[in-house]
Design a binder for this molecule. Structure first.
Ligand code: WTA
Length: 665
């Protein structure tokens, strides 16, 4: 049975957690420190003084076919090159070397299907599947440098597909399964993908979504797409277009079971992952081989204090996001970890399923998003208390700031008060964790990601002059020194890469896009995005992208989207919409708008709140004033509105909002 600490019901617990908010820091326990691999705080200072030696030591975790000649080529910032001249293969590092060392029988993944299906996949199994599929890809004429899209659910083949690409030097471009087919097509087009690996269907809380069938109409016109490979994951019938589409199981059956890992240059591309930026066109973040894998392996080891012989590690993210890439696939496999790979949602078939899985596989490390923790808080203790979580020894969070109360709930209820929490700050662009506690060293403060990891240069600067602000003051977060797993460019958009990240404070200072402050103890507190990116349940969305989806609706004239704070999802999408002609907004139009967004981006991007207005507040030059809309939506006092073209617009909106509140009450 589960431990009964703390409070035995939700009400009592809430009271206790409120009192605990007084505790400002949590030291690592002696018990935890005893087994931890990093316990000496001196590594920060050493790595800071000589970060080249630090990165050398981290890269030496990997097996290199040929050592590098130069650690870092910084002659042309911001186009940095790491481990110049080095050769390695990511799939070799994730698989072959463990098998060669006699660890082939170790479980790489305990896969768990949505309906409770189970499959244990060892390192030897994974290697053999990856080799076959890599051979099959080669048979189709796919090779080094070709872009391969991947759009599937959390089935074991998604990992096989990623590693098979890495094995032959193809560049994968995974699209999160929650994105709509249209988004997939767009990402395939932008990246000139030659092949797309997908599934017949994907499990969605007891239903099966017909993925391949939904893709058919939108991928038909893709000029570069020569092959579609379909994994029969759910036994659905699919139409296979002759000459283009093949079944995964058929091509692997005929493929050579052996496929040696291609020696890749350290700077050869490993993958592209599209993420949202401040325009409606997603950014193709490009990561390369040696630096990315160094960052993934190093942070996965150090931040999670991984003990590969005994740990059972679980990252609950989806492989379609960067967290899944780095901390489900590449970091854990490079380190020879045993992980859990779970297909389903946290509330299907019941709201305690995550905890049932922790107990079932005796998970020791659990890594999730604050939004999921807040959902669990809301569902209540009863779903947790049924299960024994005593195997857990370390917890992590990622994706958005965690409010101290949710942090404490996680610490007490899931961690039984004994597990350190690593609140990890990073981005798709950074490739791996940047700011986080080292659990055997760092005292944590609930709500703070604490300090930059060893070897990194991070600062909070004044937005006007780029100079560091005083402790406790808010400013812009920047990274002042290159790091191995940094993005190398935006795919086919070098200029946009420079413009987005390296223009404001020069080519050697990476602009993160987050506001933050660093307190007197050197602890970082992330405030949130400064650009037009909204973070909904840890999913990055561009306001411009959602706006263009809304405007695609036939009745809409204009739309402005903002992120509004939300108790559950961190931020929620709020859309201000003006309609064409004299038409009024009603439920039908609202539903139509949400459907339009679901079709163009994905269901997770649908606006939570839609406010119809006759006009939107604009500056005299015609720019929509989003700051003002944010204030209006959150019911804040408005500042100076005299710069507006038509101040009356604001008054009208305020009336709308107060009416909305009145109907809700
Ligand atoms: C936010 C996810 C506060 C931040 C790995 C960042 C966080 C954006 C944290 C990147 C955290 C991520 N605390 N905020 N621990 N982790 N963020 O690219 O705004 O999907 O810029 O990468 O998420 O989101 P992305």
């Amino acid at each position: 049975m589960a431990t009964d600490r703390p409070g035995s019901d939700d009400h009592e617990l809430d009271h206790e957690l409120t009192q605990m908010l007084q505790t400002d820091r949590f030291e690592p326990s002696d018990e935890f420190k005893q087994g931890a691999s990093l316990t000496d705080p001196a590594i920060y200072e050493q790595a800071d003084r000589d970060w080249r030696t630090w990165w050398t030591s981290q890269a030496e975790r990997l097996t290199w076919f040929k050592p590098w000649d130069q650690l870092l080529d910084d002659s042309n910032p911001p186009f940095y090159k790491w481990f110049v001249g080095g050769k390695l293969n990511v799939s070799y590092n994730c698989l072959d070397r463990h098998v060669e060392a006699g660890r082939g029988e170790r479980v790489a993944f305990h896969w768990r299907g949505e309906e409770g299906e189970e499959q244990d996949i060892t390192y030897a199994d994974l290697l053999s599947q990856v080799q076959r599929f890599a051979s099959a890809l080669k048979d189709l004429g796919i090779g080094k440098g070709d872009v391969v899209g991947i759009y599937m659910g959390m089935v074991p083949e998604v990992v096989v597909a990623m590693l098979a690409c890495a094995r032959i030097g193809a560049v994968h471009n995974v699209v999160f399964g929650g994105f709509s087919p249209e988004s997939v097509a767009e990402r395939m087009e932008f990246s000139d993908a030659k092949a797309l690996i997908t599934v017949d269907g994907a499990a969605r809380k007891g239903k099966v979504a017909p993925i391949k069938r939904n893709l058919d109409p939108v991928i038909a016109g893709l000029e570069h797409l020569e092959h579609v490979i379909v994994v029969k994951a759910k036994g659905l019938d699919c139409e296979l277009q002759a000459g283009r589409d093949v079944w995964y199981h058929e091509i692997v059956a005929q493929a050579d079971p052996e496929c040696p890992a291609e020696p890749m240059d350290a700077e050869d591309p490993l993958f592209i992952l599209y993420t949202s930026g401040s325009t409606s066109k997603p950014k193709g973040v490009l990561h390369t081989t040696g630096g990315y894998l160094t960052g993934a392996a190093s942070t996965h080891q150090n931040v999670f204090d991984l003990r590969p012989d005994t740990d059972v590690y679980w990252c609950s993210a989806d492989v379609g996001w960067i967290t899944g890439h780095t901390y489900i696939v590449y970091g854990p496999l490079a380190n020879g970890a045993t992980s859990i790979l779970y297909e389903g949602a946290p509330d299907y078939p019941h709201r305690g399923i995550w905890w049932e899985i922790v107990e079932r596989y005796q998970a020791t490390i659990f890594y999730t998003a604050p939004t999921a923790i807040r959902a669990c808080v809301k569902w209540g203790l009863q779903h947790v208390q049924k299960f024994d979580l005593s195997s857990l020894r370390l917890l992590g969070t990622v994706g958005e700031p965690i409010n101290p109360k949710a942090w404490l709930w996680y610490h007490e209820v899931i961690g039984g008060g004994r597990c350190p929490i690593v609140d990890t700050w990073w981005q798709t662009e950074t490739g791996s964790i940047m700011i986080s506690p080292l659990p055997g060293i760092t005292a944590t403060k609930p709500g703070s990601a604490t300090q930059p990891l060893p070897g990194l240069g991070i600062a909070v600067v004044d937005e006007r002059d780029g100079k560091p602000v005083a402790p406790g003051e808010q400013g812009l977060l920047v990274i002042t020194r290159p790091w191995p797993s940094m993005l190398r460019t935006l795919y086919k958009e070098d200029e946009r890469f420079v413009e987005t990240y390296f223009r404001r404070f020069g080519s050697e200072t990476y602009l993160v896009g987050d506001a933050a402050r660093i307190d007197e103890d050197g602890y970082c507190w992330i405030i949130g995005r400064i650009d037009d990116v909204v973070n909904v349940s840890g999913h990055r969305l561009s306001t411009a992208e959602v706006e263009s989806a809304i405007v695609a609706h036939e009745s809409v004239a204009e739309a402005a989207v903002i992120g509004q704070s939300d108790d559950l999802t961190g931020q929620a999408i709020c859309a201000f919409v003006t309609l064409q002609g004299t038409s009024d907004g009603d439920v039908t139009v609202e539903t139509g708008i949400r459907d339009e967004v679901a079709a163009r981006i994905g269901k997770f991007a649908r606006p939570k709140r839609i406010i119809f207005a006759d006009d939107l507040p604009k500056t005299r030059s015609g720019k929509i004033m989003r700051r003002l809309l944010r204030d209006i939506a959150e019911g804040r006092m408005l500042g100076d509105v005299t710069t507006l073209r038509d101040p009356a617009v604001v008054a009208e909106l305020e009336v709308k909002i107060s009416e909305e509140h009145a109907t809700q009450a």
